[in-house]
Design a binder for this molecule. Structure first.
Ligand code: ADP
Ligand code: ADP
Length: 228
């Protein structure tokens, strides 16, 4: 589903932000990406979303060689991805319902499918009762649920979540992880960057650790033991 082969990323300043990344992620996997700030986690995500181009190597995602996607096809490629942001990026002047609805409109969904699908998804993430509220009227945990709803409404193959519990307390974080777990159980690949040790302990998943642009650990062990 995702395959990095000898991938480097060098920004214009000449520094190697990713250095010879070799990584395969299968469909339906749930992967945590960990590592200190500046390690290259966001850069790795930006290569997947094609916001940034690889500098060397090969990267294939959902069967497509990512360097070969033409600029006018990138938006279509991105439909395979659902992106969950730490800072939500919700539209302030739109309601919960509208924030999710708009994601379906931009991909040209059949108008008669939109309302039932949006309500179904809001229900799934546990926020259907707030569908008429504005983001400013919601807690951080609720905003993140809306953000997840928006990311999954078009049924992406891969969810990319960059520090998506970074602004939440542990109870809300667990709530978000449970939702991601449920989505993953339906076959969606989930890749989540996190600093949250508690979450890593509570949700034993594959953990990939990067430091200074290199993968230093990749475990599929049942339980991730934290090196203190
Ligand atoms: P996070 O650690 O939460 O992923 P960022 O991705 O915003 O935070 O930034 C991580 C590191 O990348 C920081 O050290 C930041 O200064 C650096 N960085 C981010 N964007 C740029 C940029 N455009 N040019 C140079 N450095 C950047
Ligand atoms: P993380 O998400 O793990 O905090 P990043 O991927 O943001 O790490 O950053 C990895 C390295 O790449 C850092 O050294 C950062 O300063 C650098 N970097 C990130 N974005 C840019 C950019 N746009 N231009 C130059 N350097 C960048």
């Amino acid at each position: 589903m995702i395959k990095f082969t000898n991938v480097d990323k060098i920004y214009n300043d000449g520094n190697k932000s990713l250095d010879n990344i070799n990584l395969g992620i299968k469909q339906g996997e749930f992967v945590f990406l960990v590592g200190p700030s500046g390690a290259g986690k966001s850069t790795l995500f930006k290569l997947l979303t094609r916001e940034e181009k690889i500098s060397a190597g090969r990267l294939s995602v959902v069967g497509q060689e990512i360097t070969k996607i033409k600029p006018n096809k990138i938006h279509k490629y991105r439909r395979h991805l659902g992106i969950v942001f730490q800072d939500f990026k919700l539209l302030k002047e739109k309601t919960v319902f509208e924030n999710v609805e708009i994601a379906m409109r931009v991909v040209g969904a059949n108008p008669k499918d939109i309302r039932p699908r949006v309500l179904e998804i809001l229900h799934k993430v546990g926020i259907a009762d707030k569908h008429n509220k504005y983001p400013s009227e919601l807690s951080g945990g609720e905003c993140q649920r809306v953000c997840i709803a928006r990311a999954i409404v078009n049924k992406p193959a891969i969810i990319i979540a960059d520090e998506c519990t970074g602004n939440l307390d542990i109870y809300n974080s667990i709530g978000i992880l449970n939702i991601l777990n449920d989505i993953n159980a339906e076959g969606v690949t989930v890749i989540m960057a996190t600093h949250d040790i508690e979450i890593l302990k509570l949700f034993p998943k594959r953990v990939i650790e990067i430091q200074k642009g290199k993968i230093v650990k990749d475990t599929k062990r049942d339980l991730y033991e934290i090196n203190v």
